[in-house]
Design a protein around this ligand. Sequence first.
Ligand SMILES: Cc1cc2nc3c(=O)[nH]c(=O)nc-3n(C[C@H](O)[C@H](O)[C@H](O)COP(=O)(O)OP(=O)(O)OC[C@H]3O[C@@H](n4cnc5c(N)ncnc54)[C@H](O)[C@@H]3O)c2cc1C
Length: 308
Amino acid sequence: MEKIYDVIIIGAGPAGLSAAIYAGRSRLSTLIIEGNAEGGQIVTTSEIANYPGAEENESGPSLIARMVAQAEGFGAEFLRASVTDVILDCDPKIISCGSAEYYARSVIIASGAQPARIGCPGEAELTGAGVSYCATCDGPFFDGLPVYVVGGGDAAVEEAIYLARFASKVYIIHRRDTLRAAKSIQDKAFAEPKIEFLWNTTVEEIKGEDFMESMTLLNVKDGTRTEVSGQFGLFVFVGFKPNSALFEGLLETERGYIKTDSEMRTSLPGVFAAGDIRVKSLRQVVTAVSDGAVAAVSAEKYLDEQAG
Ligand SMILES: Cc1cc2nc3c(=O)[nH]c(=O)nc-3n(C[C@H](O)[C@H](O)[C@H](O)COP(=O)(O)OP(=O)(O)OC[C@H]3O[C@@H](n4cnc5c(N)ncnc54)[C@H](O)[C@@H]3O)c2cc1C
């Protein structure tokens, strides 16, 4: 007989780890499956300053290491594998990682999301070292310094307005000569004296050793190049992609994000979603761990109800 877990958690980012801590502590047999290193998006950041109780100079990896130890301490089992298929409308639910199958009475989806990249040389190497995808997380690090924002949609322009609180100047780099953002957001940006637009422009290359030192901008209309150097930040908002391909057509979604109620219940009984993967307004570690805790408690209630 294959083991049937009380709960299988897909993804060991902050949401999944928090769910594992709560499920494990409630003595639910818990398997957490992670395709990469534990920690999700936050392991790419060298400083997390806005998580309540974070230690001085707390890094993403150090915070995650403590969460992993806590989840293991409460008995959660960890498996390093990518989930490749799911059958969720049956009991037990079946989670496949290649040819291996795992079974559970309930499932918490915490597969997160990932910011879209510009795709230029230097971007990956300097992420977290001058290149950021999160204004709420990293904006205050650039107090009094110029920042460059890439993108022309709602997120880019809204975040540029937010960054104007800290930065000495905000340049919006947009590859076209008009914005895609809603008119009301555009109006606010045009009225903000700190914001300047670099139209028809893309980032061609980002350079630096341990930290970003310079970048080359290309004017796509006239082909001229401009070198930006000194201390500055580069914030990229060219889209955000939920890791939800596996669940398409199985669960109710909105623009790829899984819909839940406030108890983290999805459209299928016994299936919960937590963290960046779900429809929500603030995607941060603090909200991800909150979702994970709620999802685990909801899974426990669901299991109790099933047991009658
Ligand atoms: C560069 C950067 C800096 C940030 N800085 C901050 C900050 O300072 N403060 C803050 O609060 N927030 C910050 N954030 C946001 C924060 O990291 C996210 O909100 C948070 O990580 C979301 O947690 P999550 O568990 O929902 O998802 P994720 O962190 O995305 O984790 C999801 C996990 O699921 C795994 N997974 C996905 N699909 C599968 C599959 N099929 N099989 C197995 N595993 C799978 C992924 O590998 C990943 O490990 C930052 C984000 C980025 C990108």
